[in-house]
Design a protein around this ligand. Structure first.
Ligand code: ADP
Ligand code: MG
Length: 439
């Protein structure tokens, strides 16, 4: 096939993938290019590691479907960061690099009075790790930008020094790694992995609550890194002293450096965030619509983004422009769902009853098929019906990490489309959950 022809086919595949998955479409998709399209394999070059990982995690199914629809053949799709020509066995990513969200950069973070200190301190530590505020502790209610800032620090550290190896993980990830190390009798390996990083960045440390053994190990990890001047950054949903059952010696260490709080954003900041997010998705929205959206949703930026996703999805499926009137109609339903505050426990209750499994089993690590699928359905429904992050959902359902949750959601989503029985079950469960949550 001539190069021009391959590019034309790729351009059609890209357009189709955007149609199939408008929610995950980003402006930088325009920077994707085709490396190879032969023998049932499509290799796509991405701007960087984070973009490749984002596509791999979120968009592989849409691209595979799009490629199949456009070419009429089964096509295996892989995403390669620029400069690579062959996918490596680790999923195209340097194994020592954390999985970063490509959108979570400082450029994409809107600074306002509510987050100015947290933002400035993150910028400072990313420029001179270990020197200014150590540890740096960021806290806020959910959905106000902690995870975004931690990823931004990592992006920046890697950009400033290509050889830096910051380690970013959820607190659940740390605990799971630790438990596995004990199970495998390889504590030394665990300690070596955690004590040789350039910076340790742990998200949602409130999950250390009541985990005495993990707290003990974390304490030693902290000391080892701190004593050699390595940067430590932590986030949580409350200040150190208010995390339940956290050892005094950890509370005191967490307070050694800078503790910065993020408050809910002002109306002006919310408008700027809506506009920034719209821009990232290559969406044009008027000041009027941005203002309306920002007025409707105030407590949580994740919900603000959800509102934007709704507008985008409605506009894609109806082919209509996003006008104020359309936004008013589209967001009314969305706000109702948000206001009902579905909790993960509402979901697990309904799912446990439907499949006749024990609640305790859904929360456990058991992998038997009769438990695993209902648990995956819980994860999928939690993703659809709540604003919890993947980490939070994993934390509630057997302490799974975000990749497991993502995998579960992908699987159930596929079944939802392919299997009418599954579709009917999901509809039924969704109906029951929203009914339960309403009362
Ligand atoms: P948290 O970790 O505090 O629960 P996240 O970092 O996951 O919150 O943020 C939720 C969503 O809101 C993310 O998509 C993030 O990009 C977005 N967000 C939060 N604060 C800002 C901000 N100041 N500017 C742009 N986006 C933001
Ligand atoms: Mg978070």
């Amino acid at each position: 096939m001539a190069a021009g022809e391959v590019e034309n086919i790729f351009s059609d595949i890209l357009d189709r993938a955007k149609e199939l998955d408008p929610v995950n479409t980003r402006k930088w998709f325009d920077n994707l290019s085709v490396l190879k399209l032969t023998g049932g394999s499509l290799e796509i070059a991405c701007p960087d590691d984070a973009c490749a990982q984002f596509l791999q995690n979120n968009c592989r199914i849409a691209f595979t479907r799009a490629a199949r629809q456009i070419t009429g053949h089964l096509v295996t799709v892989s995403f390669l960061p620029n400069g690579h020509t062959q996918p490596d066995s680790s999923g195209q990513r340097r194994p020592d690099r954390p999985t970063l969200h490509p959108d979570y950069t400082f450029e994409n973070f809107v600074v306002g009075p509510s987050n100015r200190l947290a933002h400035a301190s993150c910028v400072a530590v990313s420029q001179t790790p270990g020197n200014v505020y150590n540890p740096l502790f960021i806290y806020s209610s959910p959905g106000l930008g902690k995870t975004h800032l931690l990823h931004a620090v990592c992006h920046e550290m890697i950009r400033n020094s290509g050889s830096a190896s910051p380690r970013l993980l959820s607190c659940e990830g740390f605990i799971n790694d630790f438990i596995q190390a004990i199970e495998k009798g390889d504590l030394a390996g665990f300690q070596n992995r955690f004590r040789t990083v350039d910076a340790l960045i742990i998200d949602d440390v409130q999950f250390l609550s009541e985990r005495e053994q993990s707290q003990e190990e974390f304490f030693h990890t902290f000391n080892a890194l701190y004593s050699v001047g390595k940067q430590i950054i932590l986030s949580a949903d409350s200040p150190p002293g208010e995390i339940p059952s956290l050892e005094e010696r950890l509370i005191s260490r967490f307070n050694w450096g800078l503790v910065a709080r993020i408050d809910p954003p002002s109306y002006e900041t919310r408008i700027a965030i809506v506009q920034k997010k719209a821009h990232l998705r290559g969406l044009d929205i008027s000041d009027e619509v941005a203002g309306f959206t920002a007025r409707k949703v105030h407590a949580n930026i994740r919900e603000l983004e959800g509102a934007l996703t709704t507008l985008y999805a409605v506009s894609m499926t109806t082919g209509r422009e996003i006008t104020l009137e359309m936004a008013q109609t589209a967001l009314d339903g969305q706000i109702e769902i948000a206001a009902r505050h579905i909790r993960i426990s509402d979901i697990t209750d309904v799912v446990a009853r439907h499949f006749n499994v024990r609640l305790a089993d859904l929360h456990s690590k058991k992998r038997t098929q009769s438990i695993a699928e209902p648990r995956q359905i819980c994860m999928y429904l939690a993703r659809q019906l709540t604003r919890h992050s993947l980490e939070e959902i994993g934390g509630h359902l057997g302490g799974r990490d975000h990749t497991t949750v993502m995998h579960a959601c992908g699987k159930i989503e596929d079944l939802d489309k392919a299997d009418p029985k599954m579709h009917a079950v999901l509809e039924l469960l969704t109906g029951q959950i929203t009914q339960t949550a309403r009362v």
